[in-house]
Design a protein around this ligand. Structure first.
Ligand SMILES: [Zn+2]
Length: 677
């Protein structure tokens, strides 16, 4: 269009004056239309936050025997910075990170780093870090408030790697800011998950259930970002628990969300090293009771957990691709954010939100049914099961003896009724867990994003959306709930679901009135947004950085290879000939990847010989590759596998293994030649 108009001006038969005027008119029009069609400055960034790959307990299933052994796909931090073009102080950072949870100190540390660089441009008020909630990533990034080891230990090296990785992705996004447009699309996934706590869901009033055909949130909301260079990324929210990878898995993975991101980025040519890389964030929403294990027996549509991960990822990917093609609704209007800290150990909730008079929330406590785990997602400890509401003395004695956790108090038990209390974590001085929660409401044009530090069940999510939308004017057309954001505070069920004490109710930390409390908070934030009033901070976070009991990241064996071998030497048992479609396996003498922990590296490269030299085919980030370590008499062996596609090019290949020894010296091992026929 612009080119056409300029050609019109340059057309013959005009005086210099006419020509100048014509160009002025055209360019004025162009500037104006550019403002309207590009109301935002947008930047994107992506960086590696892959955790320590060996010997660290994975976050999510809480099983001490689920220690990392290697890598399937890398964990990434995907960041977007969105700025209101005509009011650049108004901006929002949204990060979706392949992590089980965002411990609040991660948010604080990232903001500290941003403040050092950008002053007060970014703060707790406009930064949302959201975890995809993968259960296939290592833990150990929690600041511990006790030496009970309930959080699985604190490894400063892992914490720093996450903070630095997320910060790097935000800095990239900031540096990438340029005028652009955001288009929104919505669509449904009809086989994208199943409700894993139907009996609890059925406790909600029939009149409310009748308003919905489904007992899970099936919608995906997608934002498509573009600038003058074309499409630069997507961000979508869809509710599905990343528990497709099971508790017996030992390889790091972003689960189905990580898979979907990886595939879409691959389609768009993302290299993970170029600042113009397309970023595809499949963020988490409110999947509190939504499982990918649709058979409800810890299995899904795939023959294995890896296959179920792929299938559930593909289903999200297909909807995302279609929304990406068809997203038509341009977002326009201000960017605004409101954030609040609340102490939920004793928070008064109005009758308007409880429907049962004034009530208060409780100091946090886990129920027996938390230990029972979600039966549909693999269950928990054999002594416990979902639905337990009766306190058993012998269990309490056993728990105290095994874990050293303090005994529950009558006061908290009464407040948390009918929860049978496993751990009371909210009443000590200081409490075992922070009681201060952060909630953010952000606006981008006609979309609002409610960011909460919790796992929200289907019906609870609906009530939260209503609480927010009730306060907002007609400008508010869409709402996305971003769970697992800026903290982790267990589940949120409805008060009705809570009474049944399914796993989700047993893990609703602040008692029966937890949801009404969050609805009240969300409603206050929405009202502040609508009336253009500020939210006055009433408290700061109880910052535990520097006060935590620290553990050295994997102090385990760092023994060198046996006499006569060196780091990176391929083992002599490696095969040298394969057929297309076979899985190529090569083994190398290696080091403990957690003892010399780095991110942004590659443990594995597959290369093909070409007339011009070796060319990379896949790396350790590909879905078809895995790296797995094992110990042999104290030395480490890395097993690199590549499941070759059936249409792989025949030829000569080699596989490279790269690692670091205990002194952080990089070693590179190259396999003998591998022939694929
Ligand atoms: Zn969960």
């Amino acid at each position: 269009m612009i080119k056409l108009l300029i050609r019109f001006c340059l057309g013959g038969g005009r005086t210099v004056l006419q020509y100048g005027l014509c160009l002025l008119v055209v360019l004025a029009g162009v500037t104006n239309s550019a403002d309207i069609s590009q109301p935002y400055l947008i930047g994107r960034g992506i960086s590696d936050i892959t955790g320590p790959s060996y010997g660290v307990q994975m976050w999510g299933f809480g099983r001490e025997d689920q220690l990392t052994e290697g890598l399937h796909i890398r964990q990434r931090s995907r960041a977007f910075v969105i700025v209101q073009a005509d009011e650049p102080a108004n901006r929002l950072v949204f990060v979706s990170a392949d992590l089980g949870s965002i411990e609040h100190h991660i948010t604080l540390a990232v903001i500290d780093q941003l403040e050092l660089r950008y002053g007060n441009t970014y703060s707790i008020n406009n930064v949302i870090l959201s975890a995809t909630h993968t259960h296939a990533g290592p833990g150990g990034y929690w600041h511990s408030r006790s030496n009970l080891g309930l959080e699985g230990g604190f490894y400063p090296a892992h914490f720093s790697a996450i903070v630095n990785g997320i910060t790097t992705s935000i800095i990239s996004a900031h540096d990438d800011l340029q005028p652009g447009a955001i288009h929104l699309g919505k669509g449904n996934l009809n086989n994208g998950g199943a409700n894993r706590s139907v009996p609890a869901y059925m406790e909600n009033p029939q009149i409310e259930r009748d308003q919905h055909l489904e007992n899970t949130p099936i919608e995906m909301t997608l934002l498509k970002f573009s600038d003058d260079s074309g499409d630069i990324g997507i961000l979508n929210w869809h509710a599905l628990h990343p528990t497709a990878m099971n508790y017996y898995n030992r390889l790091i993975s972003g689960d189905h969300k990580g898979y979907a991101s990886l595939q879409m980025e691959k389609m768009r040519g993302t290299t993970y090293s170029d600042k113009n890389d397309f970023v595809a964030a499949f963020a988490q929403a409110d999947p509190g009771d939504v499982t990918p294990n649709t058979n409800l027996d810890n299995t899904g549509p795939g023959a294995t957990d890896v296959e179920t991960t792929q299938i559930m990822g593909d289903r999200q990917l297909q909807v995302a691709l279609s929304l990406f093609e068809n997203a038509r609704e341009a977002l326009s209007g201000p960017i605004e954010t409101r954030q609040m800290y609340i102490d939920l150990s004793d928070y008064a909730v109005d009758d308007k939100f409880t429907g049962a008079g004034s009530q208060t929330t409780c100091p946090s406590a886990y129920g027996y049914s938390f230990a029972g785990g979600s039966t549909e997602d693999g269950g928990g400890h054999f002594l416990f099961e979902e639905g337990m509401t009766e306190q058993r003395m012998w269990l309490d004695v056993l728990i105290g003896w095994l874990t050293g956790a303090p005994k529950w108090t009558e006061k908290v038990k009464a407040c948390q009724a009918p929860k049978a209390i496993l751990f009371e974590t909210g009443s000590g001085q200081p409490p075992l867990q922070s009681q201060i929660r952060s909630v953010t409401l952000a606006r981008i044009g006609q979309l609002v994003i409610l960011a909460m530090p919790t796992e929200i069940t289907t019906m609870a999510g609906r009530r939260l959306r209503t609480a927010v939308m009730n306060e907002l004017g007609d400008w508010a057309q869409h709402i996305a709930v971003a769970g697992y954001s800026n903290g982790y505070a267990g589940y949120v069920t409805t008060p009705e679901e809570y009474l049944l004490q399914h796993y989700e109710g047993g893990h609703t930390l602040h008692g029966r009135w937890t949801l009404p409390a969050y609805r009240q908070i969300a409603s206050q934030l929405a009202s502040a947004l609508e009336t253009d009033s500020a939210v006055t901070p009433t408290m700061a976070y109880d910052d535990w950085r520097g006060k935590s009991f620290e553990t050295t990241l994997h102090s385990g064996a760092i023994s060198p290879p046996p006499e006569g071998s060196h780091y990176g030497d391929p083992l002599s048992s490696n095969r040298s000939e394969y057929r297309k479609g076979e899985t190529i396996v090569t083994e190398f003498w290696s080091s403990n990847p957690s003892a010399s922990y780095v991110t942004g590296n590659n443990y594995m490269l597959v290369e093909i010989k070409t007339p011009t030299g070796w060319q990379i085919v896949v790396s350790d980030n590909d879905w078809d590759t895995t790296v797995r370590w094992r110990q042999k008499r104290g030395s480490f062996i890395a097993k690199l596998s590549w499941h070759t596609p059936i249409d792989v090019a025949a030829g000569e290949y080699r596989i490279t293994h790269q690692g670091q020894d205990a002194l952080s010296n990089v070693f590179i091992g190259i396999s003998d030649k591998i022939q694929i026929n």
